[in-house]
Design a protein around this ligand. Structure first.
Ligand SMILES: [Zn+2]
Length: 185
């Protein structure tokens, strides 16, 4: 940010009085423009034991498979965001079930949150402007080498481990920059 969204005057980086971090502060009106982490809400939709994945039509990671997920919009709940993204990316309506993962990714200032989601039927699943392909995968056919993001890969792995163990857990953890490289190989 270079200019104030309130008065269009230049922004300066400085630590406001009473704060302990550098912020973007307007040189004219004094407005402090806070930048905070962003939340990505998504679903792990299942149907008759299969898992729905979307092949990304847009960068980053175009052509790789992902769970439907995206940035929350203002004024919506976490579940509403997850459901909206699933409609937008896969063309299917779902209801949110258990929270599976809440993953902090501090080096990119994001938090990724995934719900298990119930698909009443799978017939509407279709490619969209955001997905080149939308497909139900048998657990054994999940394309592990072509998963778009570490948070998606970890969510899938934890879910499948829990299925084997017979108890679904909610997991709260983080992925650090170095670990991201490990998860992706
Ligand atoms: Zn200003």
């Amino acid at each position: 940010m270079k200019f104030c969204s309130e008065c269009a005057h230049p922004i300066q980086k400085k630590i406001p009085q009473g704060d302990n971090r550098e912020r973007s502060v307007c040189t004219q009106c004094g407005t402090i423009h806070y930048v905070n982490p962003r939340i990505i809400a998504g679903c792990l939709p299942t149907f008759e034991g299969k898992i729905l994945l979307c092949k990304r039509a847009i960068e980053p990671r175009k052509g790789f498979w992902t769970l439907p997920a995206g940035f929350m919009e203002e004024g919506e709940t976490l579940e509403e965001g997850a459901i909206r993204e699933t409609v937008e990316e896969a063309g299917i309506d779902v209801s949110c079930d258990q929270l599976l993962t809440s993953i902090s990714v501090p080096h990119i200032s994001q938090v990724h949150v995934f719900f298990l989601a119930n698909m009443p039927n799978a017939s509407h699943a279709q490619s969209t402007s955001e997905s080149l392909d939308v497909k139900l995968f048998d657990v054994k056919d999940i394309p592990w080498q072509e998963i778009a993001f570490p948070t998606v890969k970890k969510t899938l792995k934890h879910y499948l481990d829990d299925l084997d163990a017979g108890v679904l857990k909610t997991r709260v953890f983080d992925i650090k920059f170095n670990e991201r490289l490990k998860v992706n190989t």
